[in-house]
Structure formats: C-alpha cells, structure tokens
Design a protein around this ligand. Structure first.
Ligand code: SF4
Length: 372
C-alpha cells in the first residue's frame, strides 16, 4: 500500500496582503458554507482504500478563519475517507490574530500535531506596510496558545527582501522567532508578483526593495543564525530542529504523490499532475481539474528540480529506482558547466547544489533542461 500526502486549500483571508497573488479572497464569507460542501464532496470522491495518508497539510489562504463547524466537517470527511500511516503528520497554517484555543483543540482531537504560523517579520511597521492583519504581539500570543494547546511542533514563516527591511530587522526577526520556541523556520525571499499592489508601488518607485547583494546577505545571516540556534537547513528556504522537518513538504520535494483538494489545489497521483480551477466560482460549479500526464523525461527532470532544493540532494540510487536510469547518463553532459562554476556538486552518488548554486538555482536548472 502506498503512502501519499493530502493537501487541502482554504482560500479565505481576513484581508488581502499587498504582495499576495495566491488563490485567496477576503470578504467572501458567504462562500464558506458552499465551499465546505464542495470540498467535502471532493474528499469523499477521492477516497481510496489502496493508499494511506502519511501527511495532511491544510493551507491557504488562512485556514484559521474558516468557521470551526465547517472545518470539523472536512476533518471528519478526511478521517472517514482515508487510512492513515502510523505516525502521520497533520499540519495547519494559521495567521497570528486568528489562532484560537478552540481551533487548536479541534485539530488536536483529529490527530493534528503541527502548526505553521505566518509571522513574516517582527517589525510592526513592516507588517503594516505589507497589509498584514497582525502585529508581533499577536505572533507572541499565537505561539503561546499553540504551546498551551500541546503542540510542541510549530513553524514560523519569515520573509526576506521586504521593501525597507534592513539586515538588522532580519536578524531581530530570527532571534525573536527562535525565542518563541518554534521548531521550524521557513525563510522565503519576497517575490514581486505581477498585478499586486506591491508591484505597483515598487514600479512607481514609492517602495524600494533591498539590493540583490543585501538580500543575499539577509539569507546568509539566516543560515548563520538558524544554525547557531540548532536548526538544520534541509531545503533552500527551510530550517528545522532535528527530526522536525515538515514531512508533507519533504514528501513533495522527494516527488512523492499527494492528493489536492480545494480551489487551486494541485495534486500528483499515478503519474498525473492536476490542478483544480483557480477561480472560486469555477471550483464551486464543479469545473474539473486540469490534468497532465507526466512523461518519462519530464518525470526525470522533476526529480532533479525538486531534489536539488534539498540539502540531502538527489541520490543516484533513488533516481535509478524511480526512473531506471543513472543520473550521470542522463545529465552528465549538461551539468559540466555548473560543476565547473562551483554551482553543483557531484560525488558519483549524489547531486547537490552548492551554497553559490542555491543563489542561482534557476540558471542551473536551465542548463540541465537544455534540449528537454
Ligand atoms: S494571509 Fe497569506 S494567503 Fe492571505 S492574503 Fe496574506 S499572504 Fe495571501
């Protein structure tokens, strides 16, 4: 029996952050009940007894604004539709200011063991500028509630490269996050997405982003400070105390299969990648997912693309097991330049990005992709 993950997307937020282009909406509370109906149907339709869930990840949006009776229905539907692997890991994303003891208790009662909270940074002025609904005090309160509810495993998301952010702000944010006793830190660089209010302010010159070198230094400081606090980097942007890596994301990066439920949710099962409709109304109308069968060459490239995000890299033995070919035979000619430039390392058994390679991951992948 194979072990897969399940991702459930809850696309509702209190307010839209100025940089966000995720499938998430505010002011659509009247869609929440129909959404629960549709998602419950989808969960039950995807029920299979030949698989078991090794992880469930409820993300968004802001799942913690979804009314508890509706969330309970979905949790119940998941529990009734699937078997679970021993030691499965259930994670839910929450935003500071929306964490409640009742919500946490509900998750505990359904076997969830991990919370991921969007802290982003510790400076209230920056949080306000980004349109976040919370201040740092809310992060502290949320972390206290999470710990009191018995969750000893929780992540804090941080952002680097914010307009007006200084290196000292990043250092302070990491120190304060570690002080809240989180077990996992995600440090993502800000991406200026097309069509967002952030993009308009940056392109008009109203907001100025840190220089590339400065953002790189922020990342370097994150590497040093997390390591000093006992966190181990296991993915380009992710750091965990020993044994506290996010199992769902690790499974996805190792090209494991997962079921996607909800508006815009992606899934990968039986060699087919799919994505549910990006629009809420299409999802509610039952418009089917877009599906794409992944061919053998593409599957190999996915393994490389995902595996190179991980510090463990991509082992030739895992690659051979999945694809019946050796890494060197498929990519040996194409990786020469990246090896020569010190962006990739290959020891005959495992392919990894070097620290410099992590900064230019996309250009390494373009080299490997040539002629794909
Ligand atoms: S809370 Fe997250 S999903 Fe919601 S608007 Fe902000 S960044 Fe987007």
């Amino acid at each position: 029996m194979k072990t897969v993950g399940l991702y459930l997307h809850i696309p509702f937020c209190v307010r839209k952050c100025l940089y966000c282009d995720f499938a998430s909406w505010s002011g659509r509370e009247n869609y929440m009940a129909p959404y629960a109906d549709r998602a419950e149907k989808e969960i039950r339709r995807k029920s299979r007894r030949d698989i078991r869930l090794g992880s469930v990840f409820i993300g968004g949006g802001t799942p913690s604004v979804f009314p508890l009776p509706l969330m309970e229905r979905l949790l119940k539907a998941i529990g009734e539709s699937f078997d679970f692997a021993p030691g499965w890991e259930g994670t839910m994303e929450m935003n500071p200011g929306t964490v409640t003891p009742e919500g946490l208790a509900l998750l505990r009662s359904h076997g969830f063991s991990r919370i991921s909270m969007g802290m982003q940074c510790a400076q209230d002025a920056l949080l306000k500028k980004l349109g976040r609904i919370h201040c740092f005090r809310d992060v502290e309160k949320g972390a206290a509630l999470i710990r009191e509810a018995g969750f000893d495993n929780f992540n804090l998301d941080l952002m680097l490269g914010l307009p007006g952010q200084r290196i000292a702000d990043v250092e302070e944010s990491i120190r304060l996050a570690v002080g809240l006793k989180c077990t996992h830190l995600s440090c993502y660089g800000l991406i200026v997405e097309e069509g967002t209010p952030l993009e308009a302010r940056v392109s008009s010159g109203e907001w100025v982003l840190p220089e590339v070198e400065e953002e790189r230094e922020m990342y370097d400081r994150a590497l040093v400070l997390t390591a000093q606090a006992g966190f181990r980097q296991y993915e380009i942007s992710n750091f965990a105390l020993p044994g506290r890596e996010c199992r769902h994301n690790l499974h996805v990066w190792r090209r494991g299969e997962y079921i996607g439920v909800g508006c815009a949710a992606a899934g990968f099962m039986d060699g087919v990648r799919y994505q549910n409709p990006l629009s809420l109304s299409d999802y509610l109308k039952g418009v089917p997912a877009r599906e794409e069968a992944i061919g053998p060459r593409e599957a190999m490239f996915e393994s490389v693309m995902l595996g190179l995000r991980l510090n463990e890299g991509l082992s030739d033995s895992a690659f051979y097991l999945r694809h019946g070919a050796h890494l060197e035979d498929v990519y040996g000619k194409r990786w020469t330049r990246a090896l020569k430039n010190g962006l990739l390392s290959w020891d005959g058994a495992c392919l990894r990005l070097t620290r410099r390679g992590m900064d230019v991951q996309n250009s390494v992948l373009v080299d490997l992709m040539e002629d794909e």
